[in-house]
Design a protein around this ligand. Sequence first.
Ligand code: GLC
Length: 649
Amino acid sequence: MKKITHFLSLILMLMILSACASKTSTATPLTNTPEPTLTHTPEPVAPTPEPTLETHPIYLDPEAPVEARVEDLLARMTLEEKLGQMTLIEKNSVQPKGVTEYFLGGILSGGGGSPESNNVSHWVEMVNSFQQAALETRLKIPIIYGVDAVHGHGNLKGATIFPHNVGLGATHDADLLTRIGQATAEEMAATGIWWNYAPVLAVVQDIRWGRTYEAYSENTEVVTTLGTAYLQGLQGTSLAEPFTVLATPKHFIGDGGTTWGTSTTNNYQIDQGDMQVDETTLRTLFLPPYQAAVDAGAMSLMASYSSWNGTKMHAQGPLLTDLFKGELGFQGFVVSDWAGIDQIDADFYTSVVISINAGVDMNMVPYDHVMFINALTKAVEQGDISLARIDDAVRRILRTKFMLGLFERPFPDPAWESLVGSADHRVLGQEAVRKSLVLLQNENAALPIAKDTPLIFIAGEYADNIGAQCGGWTIEWQGVAANITPGTTILEAFEATVSAGTTVQYNRFGRFENVLDENNQPAIAEVGIVVVGEAPYAEGQGDRADLALSEKDIALITQVRPQVNKLVVILLSGRPLIITEQLPLADAWVAAWLPGTEGQGIADVLFGDYPFTGKLAFSWPRSMEQVPLSALQASAEGALFPFGFGLEE
Ligand code: GLC
């Protein structure tokens, strides 16, 4: 068939050329000689050629089976085009024309990777510019654009920011996770981005890890149930739908099981460290969430920076290929983490050879695509990486792109822009906040608070700070404790909820002595709210040896205590903190985790419009002697608040 087709196109070409030639000979010469009169009957117009493989190739036929499209396209590709597909570059490191020139397969926005103007239309313009460049390549293979929409489309100002997974774990509500996945997919699709580097499927064994909040739990079953539910929300029943996106279970495998002090990255202590467990533990504690993800249709997986018994995951052929692709039957593609391949060996070429042969299919380079493609080309030419391995990687990438419908729908519909930060999504975020709250202590009937309480004091910088509510992976990689994106702070939520006759006094330093009662004395408020917790952070920058409440926070609680009758502490943190000695300082303690933009959800519950339903998905240690989890499990007195704990009033 191929031969015949070529012959036909040759004939077609000759006919077109001869037609051109005759057109050229009758063209008016620059010397202005008079037009020659036509002395012969014009050639019959060539009939429109029947669609052939050349004009309607199988790979561009949406009705054709995916595997047929994959094989047809692969057979057409040059080595350059194949290696380009295996290359994922961050958006500041390449111009759109570079996508065309090097046939790049993917572009990403890392944490904070927004366009100059951080709004929907500029995101669309940015993403579309790369996609347009991809469609200008010979075979018109669209790029896949990726982001870390780990708790909503977090880089995008105005997006709905949901609670981080540490809070969603406390909801134990799979249906809620599915709906959050759906809403996240809608806001991503509005920007033309159909690839989410989420969910994290870490089963966290040491809450000193800076990425604890990105995970649902310390418990394998909770991670499996909620991670799968979220993935199903992102991917829907068909990846080809416009409002479904590709999930990326991460970081395979055992990112949450590393040993303190084993990290070799920057000044990190446990992030990207070494998981020192036997295979049985790996399979029982850390593998089930990934098995469930594959069974639920995962088509992309991110390898972990961490190691297993001294070997980097990006070099772990037995795990990436034999276990994940072989035993679990994964048919999608494995993407490296950000420059994850570089950590394998001091020599980049060696790292590329080892990681691609181990099973990495697409390299999140993410800066120098030329260097990577040159190394890959050299490896194929020298036989260090077989063409069969390249074809396997490219098949997996193409398969996923066809399933995503990218060839049919490479661009978003501008009408979708209103989905970003929509009222419906914010109501969903508010619901998620309500269900994530865990009531740790409630004495003196401090909660719920009556809406007509005459005077309420609210203290703490984080009581009026959207950035503190959102935590890391929000607008910036590390997050920012500032007014970074539209939302409702705790203070705004309280002010919107109380009765008209109620006075809410806010002072970030907890100083209310200037609030006088009818006797011109410093007033005593019926209720005081103090918001304390962790400043935003991400990844290893959040590794902390000591999880004690800060002296500043303890001083603030102490400062407010004598000025109120009932004192409620709201804790904004990415993990349980050590509060054992501070518990008696307040009547009530509420773990609010990192709730995101919809602070109204906190007021909904604290004023009794909704009950407390959250249950701990992480054991709450009494002291650092009970960290990591293995130490707590070995301790005689047990946790301050055990896994599954949560008061309801
Ligand atoms: C980061 C993280 C990973 C993220 C990637 C792209 O370093 O480890 O979770 O998906 O880079 O931002």
